[in-house]
Design a protein around this ligand. Structure first.
Ligand code: AMP
Length: 398
């Protein structure tokens, strides 16, 4: 099958056309600064050269129109007609507790996604824009919605309920949802493959460490618990997000600093995490690593807090899973920072986790990086959310 995967942000649209029989990426591209004065369209056909052009992209509809021109163009295109596309897979951030699986999109599904929009007011409306734009230009093609939250719908009640009055769960659906579902699903499946095991027989902890970060306890291929919560602010400390804190702090800072609750929440989302703890040195692990190597105490404090926070979640998921076969690192930091992987794994010695220092430093592609005598295997596996979406589209359509 040929599946077009669409991932819309508020001012961006990423796409990939994938032949799902071979998992070959036929074309990929990115529209940036949609709706702004000067936008940019980057297009890469298969193994071909990258093209980047500056253009005004007024809205997501125009982006889809240009995407279609590009993939069907007689020189740089990769298909002759749009009829070759069997389905379009759309990434949708929040499916609430309505969507535990991907779905074929129809009018009813659209209104149900709209109903979940208050849970992700920045993301769901733009995801819907992408769906509507594709429906306009590909009216006869099946559209499938794949939800970031769906993978975590297998969490048991004791994991997703908060210790607050039950009526807020019943009435307002206040509960843990979890995010990065496609990434956790993809890397846990890849980990099981690399272990040579049926995923049903595995207990894996996946660490998606990017600007946003979450840890997930995966048993038999199903999410049992995850560190993000009702929103992506919860869990480990991140680039600029605080992760989990005592909720009373919000009230306290608001009073002491004469700020509104919304202002404090903005600080927790944009001025905290590594950026906040490093005393505004940087939110980026590349910068912090450079400074760490020079002995900068702000960088040391931030990276210590990061590895402490991640290792505590990993430790607690040993209990959730009743033991662990593998830990997998993925996303920008998880894939690229040997230092963060080392600092985290050094803290897990009591659980029998041992890294192979050489492999950890020189890792390439998907690889096991634990030592022979480690009780738990450790992997570095590049995530591929678009491939995960394409695989799920095929399952849903078949
Ligand atoms: P993501 O959100 O998955 O794109 O991850 C972005 C983050 O990954 C950046 O902010 C950096 O902190 C981190 N990152 C990317 N490349 C590297 C690298 N080579 N070494 C260390 N950290 C990196």
């Amino acid at each position: 099958m040929k599946v077009l995967v669409i991932n819309c942000g508020s001012s961006s649209l990423k796409f990939r056309l994938i032949d799902t029989d071979t998992e070959e990426v036929m074309a990929r591209g990115l529209f940036e600064r949609i709706g702004e004065e000067k936008g940019r369209f980057t297009y890469i056909p298969g193994e071909g050269e990258k093209d980047a052009v500056d253009m005004i992209i007024p809205d997501h509809y125009e982006a889809v129109k240009h995407l279609i021109y590009a993939i069907t163009d007689k020189d740089r295109g990769v298909i002759k007609s749009l009829e070759e596309i069997d389905a379009v897979g759309h990434r949708i951030v929040h499916g609430g507790d309505k969507f535990a699986h991907p779905v074929i999109i129809d009018d009813k599904v659209i209104s149900e996604i709209e109903e979940c929009s208050h849970l992700a007011p920045i993301h769901n409306p733009v995801n819907l824009l992408g769906i509507r734009a594709c429906m306009k230009y590909l009216p006869d093609t099946k559209m499938v919605g794949v939800f970031d939250t769906a993978f975590h719908q297998t969490m048991p009640e004791e994991a997703y309920l908060y210790g607050i009055p039950y009526e807020y769960y019943k009435k307002d659906r206040v509960r843990k949802y979890g995010f990065h579902g496609m990434s956790h699903e993809y890397v846990s499946a890849e980990t099981a493959k690399m272990m040579g095991k049926d995923i049903k027989d595995t207990r894996i902890i996946t660490c998606h460490l990017g600007n946003g970060a979450s840890i997930c306890a995966v048993k038999g291929g199903e999410s049992m618990d995850t560190s993000m919560g009702f929103t992506p602010l919860a869990g480990v400390i991140m680039g600029t997000r605080s992760g989990g804190i005592d909720p009373e702090i919000v009230n306290y800072i608001a009073k002491e600093e004469n700020k509104s609750v919304q202002e404090v929440m903005d600080i927790l989302n944009t001025q905290s995490g590594l950026y906040g703890v490093s005393d505004q040195l940087s939110s980026d692990v590349r910068d912090l690593t450079e400074e760490y190597d020079k002995g900068n105490p702000d960088a040391k404090r931030a990276l210590s807090k990061l590895s402490y926070s991640i290792s505590k979640f990993i430790g607690s998921y040993f209990v959730v899973l009743g033991g662990v076969d593998a830990i997998t690192f993925t996303a920008g930091i998880g894939e690229n920072s040997y230092l963060v992987r080392k600092l985290v794994c050094d803290r897990l010695g009591a659980l029998g986790v041992r890294l192979d220092e050489e492999k950890n430093k020189n890792v390439k592609g998907a690889m096991m990086i634990s030592s022979e005598d480690s009780k738990v295997q450790v992997y570095r596996i590049p995530t591929d959310e678009e491939m995960s979406i394409a695989r799920q589209v095929v399952k849903t359509i078949r």
